[in-house]
Design a protein around this ligand. Structure first.
Ligand SMILES: Nc1nc2c(ncn2[C@@H]2O[C@H](COP(=O)(O)OP(=O)(O)OP(=O)(O)O)[C@@H](O)[C@H]2O)c(=O)[nH]1
Ligand SMILES: [Mg+2]
Length: 169
């Protein structure tokens, strides 16, 4: 992250590291000196959640001698597939707490909370406290009537629009 002329603008450089490259010799070069590491898993895939620990170990190994260890976030992706979730919110939060990671959820498909993830990461690095409005600016909230018949409600709700904050069931 660096300044982009104006004081209130920052440039961030992002490297997207594929899951297969955990064994690559190049991996250290991407991670060394990073200010933040966003470790993304699939909430519908338990193996991807188990892999988070391996990625954390890699980040810790590569950055162990650095003055400032990178800010880390635990990112559960595919919140649009809430009905297929296998990794519980409790497991997510427990792991995040254990390793001092920022717990986040996104949907790369709908874009839900993706901008928020980057905004919150940069804010944390700059030690800026975001207002509630800033925090919620990027969250897709579904509004709808509360149905007396739950089955009928489920049928009528578009789950692809669900966010981690507001699930209409
Ligand atoms: N429903 C849904 N599908 C997603 C989402 N994000 C990714 N996918 C799908 O998941 C599959 C894997 O996505 P990729 O972007 O290749 O995953 P990746 O983690 O970058 O994979 P590697 O780079 O190989 O490690 C693709 O079929 C995507 O379309 C999401 O938020 N929701
Ligand atoms: Mg990829």
């Amino acid at each position: 992250m660096d300044n982009n002329g104006a004081d209130d603008e920052k440039n961030i450089k992002v490297w997207d590291i594929g899951g297969q490259s955990i064994a690559s010799e190049m991996i250290d070069k991407y991670i060394a000196g990073a200010q933040a590491a966003l470790i993304v898993y699939d909430v519908t895939n338990m193996r991807s959640f188990d892999n988070v620990q391996d990625w954390l170990q890699v980040v810790k190994r590569v950055t162990k001698n650095e003055e400032k260890p990178p800010h880390t976030a635990l990112v559960g992706n595919k919140t649009d597939l809430e009905q297929k979730r296998v990794v519980t919110v409790e497991a997510h939060n427990t792991l995040a707490k254990k390793h001092d990671m920022m717990p986040m959820y996104v949907s790369a498909k709908t874009g839900d909370s993706v901008l928020m993830l980057f905004r919150q990461t940069v804010a944390d690095l700059l030690k800026i406290v975001l207002s509630k409005a800033d925090q919620e600016a990027d969250i897709v909230v579904v509004e709808g009537e509360i149905q007396s018949d739950a089955r009928e409600a489920r049928r009528r709700v578009d789950h692809s629009q669900n966010s981690n904050v507001c699930n209409v069931m």
